[in-house]
Structure formats: structure tokens, C-alpha cells
Design a binder for this molecule. Structure first.
Ligand SMILES: *Cc1c(COP(=O)(O)O)cnc(C)c1O
Length: 395
């Protein structure tokens, strides 16, 4: 029996169920490797953000274990009181060198990195120019700042410029913020053009490189490296939870900004530091990527192989230019049925529908990984072909 004062929640949950939007959690009992155990079944993993297979890399695991022995399991303090470990500082130095920026700040997650970085830079009386499809964490960070938010059309520097011209004169200062790689379509922001507009009008610049680090640029140095814009973007937000395979967020960029955020960023001041084990694993991830481009190269070879084969089979794989591969199906019920049938056949690939993607653009999103072998990819392709024919998606 639901209490009377909480009955509205039951109504809201029923509504979610009826509209097919209720989220059901799957239970994972393995590392997110090429194959994983999901709801008790061993399936091919085309679902996680483990782009480089680092999540269960022996060097990362060894580093985490050693850190537990040396530092214990939790810092029990925020960074600004007694929580800053030598490991945090080592990671910040290493990630700054890797990304070729002046300084970096390690925080608890990519989500929090946006909440940490945006409000100190802009507030009441300021304006943020934000891409229409920016990640939820950018939107929330922008809202927390209390600056005016002006949305410009997706990846459209002309619209950005028009909006800047119209609105900037009414405000004290402005910030332009964009995702680097957009996670639903795998397209990439025109960072060079956005930078030109920002320069022309004296805007501060921020890019969230969550799906670009470990993927784009030389050896996975990210989207700024991909565009050769070193030293030009003021702030690069990043995460260690995707290609790097661990957890934690990073705010990288100009020293003056990072120094200021150490004084002002609320998640840094008021929430416990990341554990030694996670931090040590992040350091090992940077080390692995600094030593060799092998994993990044394999990720791209796998991406090219899979996408080419899917197109040959007759699937619409959208406009992605990254390892994010949307398999466009249109109808959300079809996408869900496709995903269920793939799972029966031993392939784990999620269906995405409204409101995650626009209505009528439902899809299966395949996340490629360096962890997949040729045999794995062929297995996935065979199952996509089988289910695709069965459901009349391909001939
Ligand atoms: C995944 C993602 C985040 C969140 O990163 P976490 O470290 O998982 O909190 C933030 N921004 C973008 C663009 C992302 O894709």
C-alpha cells in the first residue's frame, strides 16, 4: 500500500511504465570486457564505454591493489582539508602532460567536473552559449551557475555567432560550452570554428571531451589535439570513466583557471577526494596510453571494420565519425525488440529512444572497443544480420 502523500510517485512510475520509458537495471557479474555476464548470461559486449579495454587491464588492476595496501581504501577528507594524496597530484601532472595543457584538477566524476568548473567562471549577469545537444551534466552545471543560458543550434557556428552578436552586449562576460563528441550520434563539434567565433567576441571557451579522450587525437589525446588547438581552449572537461576505464573527472586547461577552481569549485571543496585505488588506476591508464598508440589504433581498426560491414549488410549507421555507432531503426518499439532479440542471440547492445534521442530516431547504439577480436566482431555482425533480416530491417 502506497502512503497517501506518496501516491503521486506511484502515478508517475505507472506513467513511465505505460510509455515504455521505465528503466530496468541489468545486473553485471563480470568486468566490462569483450564478453560479459549480464543477468546471468554470457554475451558479447557492444554496450559499455570501455573503448580501449582498460577497465580490466592487468597494469591498472595491479596499480589499484598496490595503492590500497599503501593508502587504505578511503581518504576520509575533502581535497582542501586533508584529502590531497601524492597520487592525486601525480595524476594531475600526468594528465596535464598527456593532454598538453598547463594544469589539471582531478575531481570525483565527469558529471561533477562540469558542476565544479562552470559556476566559478560565470554567474548572475553573465551568459553561457550552449550547444542544443550538450550533455546533461553541462546543462546542470550551467543552471547551477545562475548565468543566462542561450542555446545555439547543434554544431552550428553560424547560429552561435548570430546569438553571440544578439545577446553578449547585454551581459558582463560570456562562456561558450560544447560537448566534443556527441554520445548519441558520434558526431564531433566543429571546435576550430567555435574557437574562431569565441576569439572574435572574447568569449571564454570550454569543451567536454568525455567521449574524445582515449579515442581522438594522437594516441587518444582528445578532441583539442584532433583539431590542433593546443593552448586555445580555456577549459577541457574530461572523465576517467570511459576510455580510461576507471572513474573520476578532470578539469584541464589554463593554469590561472585551474588554480582559481582549486579555490572555488564546490565539489572539490565539499565532497570527499577520490580513493587512492581509483587514482592509481587512472595514473596507470595514462602511462599505458603515453607509452603506445596500439590500443587506440586497434579501436579505430575495429571501428572501420564493423561500420563498413554493417553498411554492406544494408544498415543505416548514421553520420558518426567516431567508434560510437548508431544503428538507426526509427521506431522505438522496433529498436527495443531488436535489442531483446540480439540479447537472446548473445549480443548486448542497448536500444535508445525518446527522450534520450529525438522521437522517430530510435536506434541501437553499438560502442566499439579495442578489446574486441576479429572473431568477436564477426560474431556481432552475424547476429545483427540475422536479427535484421528476421525483423525486416535489411533484405
Ligand atoms: C559520460 C559523460 C559525462 C559524465 O562522466 P562521468 O565521469 O561518468 O560522470 C560528462 N560529460 C559527457 C559529455 C559525457 O559523455
Amino acid at each position: 500500500m502506497t502512503e497517501k502523500k506518496l501516491a503521486w510517485i506511484q502515478d508517475a512510475m505507472d506513467e513511465l511504465e505505460e510509455s515504455g520509458l521505465l528503466i530496468h537495471l541489468r545486473t553485471i557479474e563480470s568486468p566490462p570486457g569483450a564478453w560479459m555476464v549480464v543477468d546471468g548470461k554470457r554475451v558479447l559486449n557492444l554496450c559499455t564505454n570501455n573503448y580501449l579495454g582498460l577497465a580490466d587491464h592487468p597494469r591498472l588492476k595491479a596499480a589499484a591493489k598496490e595503492a590500497v595496501d599503501r593508502y587504505g581504501v578511503g581518504p576520509t577528507a575533502v581535497r582542501t582539508i586533508a584529502g590531497t594524496l601524492a597520487l592525486h597530484q601525480e595524476l594531475e601532472r600526468k594528465v596535464a602532460a598527456f593532454k598538453k595543457v598547463e594544469d589539471a584538477l582531478y575531481v570525483q566524476s565527469g558529471f561533477l567536473a562540469n558542476q565544479a568548473a562552470i559556476p566559478p567562471l560565470v554567474g548572475k549577469g553573465d551568459v553561457i552559449f550552449s550547444d542544443r545537444l550538450n550533455h546533461a551534466s553541462i546543462i546542470d552545471g550551467a543552471r547551477l551557475s545562475r548565468a543566462k543560458i542561450i542555446v545555439y543550434e547543434h554544431c552550428d557556428p553560424h547560429d552561435l555567432e548570430a546569438k553571440v552578436k544578439e545577446h553578449l552586449p547585454d551581459y558582463r562576460r560570456g562562456l561558450v560550452v560544447t560537448d566534443g563528441v556527441f554520445s548519441m550520434d558520434g558526431d564531433v563539434a566543429p571546435l576550430d570554428k567555435i574557437y574562431e567565433v569565441a576569439e572574435r567576441y572574447g568569449l571564454m571557451t570550454m569543451v567536454d571531451d568525455a567521449h574524445g579522450e582515449g579515442v581522438l587525437g594522437e594516441g587518444g589525446r582528445g578532441i583539442v589535439d584532433h583539431f590542433g588547438l593546443h593552448g586555445k581552449f580555456d577549459v577541457e572537461i574530461g572523465t576517467f570513466s570511459k576510455a580510461f576505464g576507471v572513474v573520476g573527472g578532470v578539469i584541464a586547461g589554463k593554469k590561472i583557471i585551474v588554480d582559481y577552481l582549486r579555490q572555488k569549485a564546490r565539489p572539490f571543496l565539499f565532497s570527499n577526494a577520490v580513493t587512492a585505488a581509483d587514482t592509481a588506476a587512472c595514473i596507470a591508464a595514462i602511462d599505458v596510453l603515453s607509452e603506445s598508440t596500439e590500443l587506440v589504433d586497434r579501436l579505430w581498426a575495429n571501428t572501420d571494420y564493423f561500420k563498413t560491414a554493417m553498411k554492406e549488410l544494408g544498415f543505416d549507421v548514421g553520420q558518426s565519425v567516431t567508434p560510437i555507432t548508431p544503428v538507426m531503426l526509427g521506431d522505438v518499439k522496433l529498436a527495443k525488440q531488436f535489442s531483446r532479440r540480439l540479447f537472446d542471440e548473445g549480443v548486448f547492445a542497448m536500444a535508445l529512444g525518446y527522450p534520450t534521442v529525438p522521437k522517430g530516431l530510435a536506434r541501437i547504439r553499438v560502442m566499439l572497443s579495442a578489446a574486441l577480436t576479429q572473431e568477436d566482431l564477426d560474431f556481432g555482425l552475424e547476429k545483427f544480420a540475422k536479427v535484421g533480416r528476421e525483423l525486416g530491417v535489411i533484405a
